[in-house]
Design a protein around this ligand. Structure first.
Ligand SMILES: *Cc1c(COP(=O)(O)O)cnc(C)c1O
Length: 386
């Protein structure tokens, strides 16, 4: 079979709409110009809806990991005790960043594929001898496709100790979830450009409340490029401390415009409907899901083929025969699972070629007729939820 159109269904990068590409192709302007200041001011403030933030959002010209590092460097002093929740490869990254700077680190491990249980996290924190300065977690742990109950934990943390900073890595779900930093008791919320925000890779975002911004200004831990106080001072002046990715800032403005046009609530609902349809279809194809329904992310779905050979076969056939890219497992899940991304510039029917291809691949490979089974299950959900 020959497919003209390639289909990018990895959990980042994700497809970039033409309107954003076009906005990014406008003639270059200098970053110390009134033109750029107008773009920057719009970009910082237009992200408030997506992040559920009451302050403008800092934009860094670097990938998502830089925002993870920045959130830690700018909130945590050398002697502070912090808790990092590790439920997959990206939690492990937060742990590595903490270990790099030799903080008093307490790791709360969660079985990969499960969401944390708020009560268990709280018992862990209460069992520590030192008060905790900050708690770090993923919102969506991309490596397992779990969506954690961050609002529930945010409230429990604040009830336990008002002084704790709650830092959430939303790189792979911000743009696709209903989040409100004040309502959900989040102090710092970070994201990246190339996932649910349908931009090219290379920008990172840091949203913060007033209490966190205050802390950035008085922290002892040194930082230079990622000093958030410096970035905040520039933001107030509608600019950036160093040369920004000017085209990508224009992309951000266009992104926010598209979200406004569709309506943020509708964007979120679209992601959840696609998630449900994908999960229903995979089940109909006798593919196990790694994550239970009540903690499944709206942006990425991990599924478990019968064995390692089937994992390889499905991924290769999708790519070689059908021109469709999905992702494999990371860390200890490598070779055991596959992950399909469905976030950003994606509508329900965009997933149909993936489901239809799986029907063909599995019919041949398992010698069992799956034709029509996945697509029927998929369409039933789309029909009912949209
Ligand atoms: C992709 C991702 C990151 C890292 O982003 P980079 O842009 O690769 O630096 C961090 N956290 C989560 C949850 C992610 O999905």
């Amino acid at each position: 079979m020959y497919t003209h159109h390639s289909l990018l269904l990895t959990p980042g990068p994700t497809p970039v709409p033409l309107a954003i590409q076009n906005a990014m192709n406008l003639p270059m302007v200098g970053h110390r110009s009134a033109d750029f200041e107008a773009i920057a001011q719009k970009a910082f403030s237009s992200l408030k809806t997506t992040f559920g933030a009451s302050n403008d959002v800092i934009i860094l010209t670097s990938s998502g990991t830089s925002a993870l590092e920045a959130s830690m460097r700018n909130l945590v002093n050398p002697d502070d005790h912090i808790v990092v929740i590790v439920s997959g490869a990206f939690g492990a990254r937060f742990q590595q960043i903490a270990e790099t700077y030799a903080h008093n680190l307490h790791v709360f491990n969660v079985e990969w594929g499960q969401a944390f249980k708020t009560d268990d996290v709280m018992s862990f924190i209460q069992s520590l001898e030192h008060p905790v300065t900050a708690v770090f977690t993923q919102y969506c742990e991309t490596s397992t496709s779990v969506l954690h109950p961050v609002a529930e934990l945010g409230h429990a943390l604040k009830a336990h100790d008002d002084n704790i900073y709650f830092v959430v890595d939303g790189v792979s779900c911000i743009g696709a979830v209903d989040v409100d930093m004040a309502r959900d008791a989040i102090d710092v919320l970070v994201a990246g450009s190339q996932k649910a925000m349908m931009l090219p890779p290379g920008l990172a975002f840091v949203a913060y409340n007033d209490r966190a911004r205050e802390r950035f200004a008085h922290i002892d831990s040194p930082s230079f490029y990622l000093n958030l106080s410096k970035h905040h001072a520039s933001l107030e002046a509608h600019t950036t401390p160093y040369t920004p990715n000017v085209p990508a800032f224009r992309g951000v403005v266009q992104y926010a415009k598209m979200v406004d046009e569709e309506g943020h609530g509708q964007v979120v609902q679209r992601h959840y409907a696609i998630r449900d349809a994908v999960r229903h279809a995979l089940k109909a194809l006798d593919l196990d899901l790694l994550v239970a329904d009540d903690s499944a992310s709206p942006t990425v779905t991990a599924f478990v083929p019968k064995d390692t050979d089937e994992v390889k076969h499905i991924k290769n056939e999708l790519s070689n025969t059908f021109n469709i890219s999905i992702a494999g497992g990371q860390g200890k899940l490598k070779g055991h699972i596959l992950r399909v991304g469905h976030m950003g510039f994606i509508s329900p029917f965009d997933l149909l070629p993936f489901i239809a291809s799986l029907e063909i691949i599995l019919t041949d490979y398992r010698n069992e007729n799956y034709i029509g089974k996945g697509t029927k299950a998929f369409m039933e959900v789309v029909y009912n939820e949209l």
